[in-house]
Design a protein around this ligand. Structure first.
Ligand SMILES: Cc1ncc(COP(=O)(O)O)c(C=O)c1O
Length: 375
């Protein structure tokens, strides 16, 4: 069978590492999976009111396709939420519901990337931004984020990498995999850069309410630049398996937004609709009680503090303190000497301890791989 190059080149390190783990499990080894950001695999669960809302939606007959852009009620609830949490004004017609942020990433990059185009993504980055850019024939160019500076973007590096082929700059804030929270000044500088080059910012804020310091929403800062905000229900509302997310568009340039909205809507129509009953449950998630969020963040904060302390106590391992989300991106001395590369370290660790980590180079080969300078 002749398979396309674009499919043959696809990689997703976060799940790819599981293959070796499964083989070990088959041989009887107990394996602990710390490779994937799914709180439901640990001691977190979807709040009862959201579960009930899903059951009720199914019973009440919300089982047909929804409008491709999403249920009007949910688009309204999202605007209310974005106003309350991010202090931003979004119009319901500028919200499109997707089957997870993952699908939104695919749709947004599908609308922006042609052969030879470049997308600036953080280095290290959540891998689908790299994979989908390449899938659509583009090139993901990683801008440096500095560990010594809490994994904030190196603005000189971002500036040096924007060129005529750049179609968008991606911000992931709070960040996966480094746990950084970009401050207002940094987001403003990124937005000024995007403005100078007349390109949009793609801002993934799926961890917006899992922050241990004050988070900032890009659209709140970048008022005169088109912002494609991405968000979803997986993490904050503990609905990972239900697959629901959304994108929203803000910015002063109505002409640019209108064109983008039209193309994203066309993509939304091709895949018919997002999951209808889950959209009903998502309305309850947004408008119902929010108490579980503070409880979850408190629990995660304690674990962050403990794990941060313990990691830094291990000889040869050091780690910046994450300010948001639930990931650590530790530095491991000895990669390149004791272990040939970070992949070898992760394999070794898995074999000896049964714990599954993701190698840093799974988030991009330049920054965070441990190779060469500690970039
Ligand atoms: C930064 C980021 N964006 C998007 C996703 C995927 O979200 P969803 O479950 O909504 O597809 C994840 C999942 O880990 C993530 O970390």
């Amino acid at each position: 069978m002749n398979l396309t190059e674009r499919v043959q080149n696809l990689e997703y390190a976060i799940r790819d590492v599981v293959v070796q783990a499964k083989q070990l499990e088959k041989k009887g080894k107990e394996v602990i999976y710390l490779n994937i950001g799914d709180p439901l695999l640990f001691d977190f669960d979807t709040p009862e009111n959201i579960k009930e809302a899903l059951i009720q939606a199914v019973r009440e007959g919300f089982n047909a396709y929804s409008p491709s852009e999403g249920l009007p009620e949910l688009r309204d609830a999202i605007c209310e939420k974005e106003k309350k949490v991010g202090s931003i004004d979004v119009l319901p017609e500028n919200v499109i519901i997707s089957n997870g942020v993952s699908e939104a990433i695919q749709m947004v990059l599908g609308a922006l990337v042609d052969n030879g185009n470049e997308i600036l993504v953080p280095g290290p980055a959540y891998p689908p931004y790299i994979s989908y850019t390449e899938f659509f024939g583009g090139k993901a160019v990683q801008y440096k984020t500095s560990e010594e500076n809490g994994w904030q973007p190196d603005l000189d590096d971002v500036r040096a990498k924007v060129n005529d082929s750049t179609r968008a700059i991606v911000i992931i804030n709070p960040n996966n995999p480094c746990g950084a929270l970009y401050d207002r000044k940094t987001v403003k500088a990124m937005s000024d850069l995007a403005g100078e080059h007349d390109i949009p910012l793609i801002s993934d804020e799926i961890y917006d309410q899992i922050a241990y310091d004050e988070p900032v929403s890009t659209a709140n800062v970048a008022k005169d630049v088109p912002v494609i905000g991405l968000n979803g229900f997986s993490k904050i509302y503990l609905m990972t398996g239900w697959r629901l997310g959304y994108m929203y568009l803000t910015g002063y340039n109505e002409e640019m937004l209108g064109e983008l909205r039209e193309h994203l809507t066309k993509e939304a129509r091709i895949r018919l609709s997002a999951n209808t009953p889950v959209q009903k449950a998502a309305v309850e998630a947004l408008r119902g009680p929010q108490g579980h969020i503070a409880q979850m963040v408190e629990k995660l904060r304690k674990r962050r503090d403990y794990s941060h302390k313990r990691l830094n106590q291990i000889n040869g391992i050091s780690c910046a303190q994450p300010k948001g989300a639930f990931y650590f991106f530790p530095r491991v001395d000895g990669i390149g000497s004791k272990w040939v590369n970070d992949m070898a370290f992760v394999r070794d660790l898995l074999e000896h301890t049964g714990i599954v980590f993701v190698h840093g180079s799974g988030f991009g080969s330049t920054y965070g791989s441990g190779a060469g300078s500690r970039s």
